[in-house]
Design a protein around this ligand. Structure first.
Ligand code: ADP
Ligand code: MG
Length: 461
């Protein structure tokens, strides 16, 4: 690996964990080298090393592996220690994700004589996956595949959805579950980028036969983020052949992408149509309940790890409400709060959350406006925008208006009086009434619940 690749990974990390985390924790790392799957950084103090390992270890590995680097472990060298010799994780406080990641990698990759799979994160299990309405179908399908233990349920299983909604997590969960149930099976997970990287490498080294043989000898193949190979013709070609060979042998294939098969540009038609022979399921954007559940689970995890974190009431609700799309960002925000609170040794309060996360919160503020919501809802119900904010109270107009109020409350950070003002100068009690009405209806009225989901999706997308 080169400084360049680390540079690229650093950029991705900055985006993933936010600038202030990046400046505090990643910038101080000086890349020292990679050997036998271990990446070494020089750090000024072991404290930094510990923090990074514990809080960002997974993400660093994730991005390194995405960049085609088969790295399974991170080590830190402090000025006092000789480089590479010393791990920053003291005994007894070994960060869980990392420790298990290493174990998973060894087992996963070693079983098929240096098979080019990527490490499986032991932390990404079905147990740690919080199920809610937006992801229940994808979760059920993934479980079915994992529990089939090699008996093919649907081929391929194609999971798609926006960034950070849990595709990779589910694929790793399948791998982990299979490993426990059927250790004899050879389940291989890798990103489409890695597939391409291996393919190109095999071409260059004239080892295509080995490559083909290896890929045709797996029992379950999982390829993450296949949108990446669209337009890369020879890679697609090879992928297609691998795919067919495995399907013909009745081996399970699981694929993910960030969008539906029909929406991936430059994906060969024959690949697309084979994908559509299997089961295609999508992960919808998260809803408030799911986000709250995920946050709660993270906090429980921290407590289980022995962290005594005090948190005021309402902080999780605030985060779930305000950070509304990407689970990775949500987790990152919580990690940052934890880091901050433990540095200054204070309880996490709402004010602290607002201060410490102001940059993240601002990004999400900008995203959706009340006007956009009004426009989308009017279009959806085929009424005029002027009617939406006008005085008429007939049901066909009042209901969409209430739905728009509800979405404005959920998806923006505007106060109730502010929302009232934007709806033709209505009182905030009218807004409260509207929001309550929709909350009530959506549990009994399936059509309305579906409308809400659609509207939310189109607003977020
Ligand atoms: P994707 O591959 O769809 O971009 P990931 O699977 O990498 O998303 O998920 C991003 C982060 O969010 C991961 O840390 C993952 O564990 C977490 N995550 C996503 N969905 C859930 C969920 N339903 N329950 C728990 N964690 C989740
Ligand atoms: Mg992913």
């Amino acid at each position: 690996m080169t400084d360049d690749i680390w540079g690229q990974v650093r950029d991705e990390l900055e985006e993933a964990i936010g600038q202030s985390n990046f400046v505090n924790w990643i910038e101080p790392l000086e890349f020292a080298g990679v050997k036998n799957g271990v990446i070494v950084f020089n750090v000024p103090t072991s404290f930094i090393g510990n923090w990074v390992l514990r809080n960002f270890g997974d993400q660093i590995l994730h991005h390194l592996n995405k960049a085609g680097q088969g790295v399974t472990r991170i080590e830190f060298a402090t000025p006092a220690a000789s480089p590479g010799k010393r791990s920053a994780a003291p005994a007894g406080r070994t960060p869980r994700p990392l420790k298990r990641t290493t174990g998973g990698a060894n087992r996963g990759a070693a079983s098929a004589s240096d098979f080019p799979g990527a490490p499986i994160y032991a932390r990404y299990t079905f147990d740690s996956f919080v199920v809610g309405k937006p992801n229940e179908l994808a979760h059920a399908a993934a479980r079915r595949v994992a529990e089939g233990g090699g008996a093919v349920a649907f081929n391929p299983l194609f999971l798609y959805g926006g960034v950070g909604l849990g595709k990779t997590h589910l694929m790793h969960a399948i791998a982990n579950e299979l490993k426990a149930r059927r250790p004899d099976l050879n389940a291989v997970y890798l990103s489409a980028e890695q597939f391409m990287y291996r393919f190109v490498q095999a071409l260059r080294e004239r080892r295509m036969m080995d490559f083909k043989e290896m890929f045709r000898s797996v029992d379950i193949l999982m390829v993450d983020d296949v949108q990446f190979i669209a337009g890369k013709d020879s890679t697609q070609e090879e992928f297609f052949h691998t795919f067919n060979a495995l399907v013909d042998q009745n081996k399970q294939i699981i694929i993910s992408a960030d969008r539906a098969p029909g929406e991936i540009k430059d994906l060969e038609d024959r690949i697309r149509s084979r994908i559509q022979c299997g089961l295609v399921v999508d992960l919808h954007p998260t809803d408030y309940e799911l986000r709250l559940g995920i946050l709660q689970q993270k906090v429980d995890q921290y407590h289980a790890d022995g962290d005594r974190l005090e948190m005021a009431d309402g902080v999780l609700e605030f985060l779930a409400h305000r950070i509304s799309t990407n689970v990775r960002v949500l987790e990152g925000a919580l990690t940052r709060l934890f880091a901050f609170a433990s540095l200054i040794g204070r309880e996490i309060t709402l004010e602290m959350a607002q201060d410490c996360l102001s940059d993240v919160l601002r990004t999400y503020d900008r995203k959706i406006t009340i006007e956009e919501i009004q426009r989308k809802v009017s279009e959806h119900y085929n009424i005029r925008l002027s009617e939406m904010i006008g005085p008429r109270r007939v049901r066909t107009i009042a209901r969409p208006r209430q739905i728009a109020m509800y979405l404005a409350k959920q998806m923006t950070s505007r106060s109730l009086p502010e929302i009232g003002r934007r709806f033709g100068g209505r009182d905030h009690t009218t807004v409260i009434h509207g929001v309550r009405k929709v909350e009530e209806l959506k549990t009994t009225d399936d059509q309305l619940a579906e409308d809400l989901r659609l509207l939310r999706r189109s607003l977020e997308g």
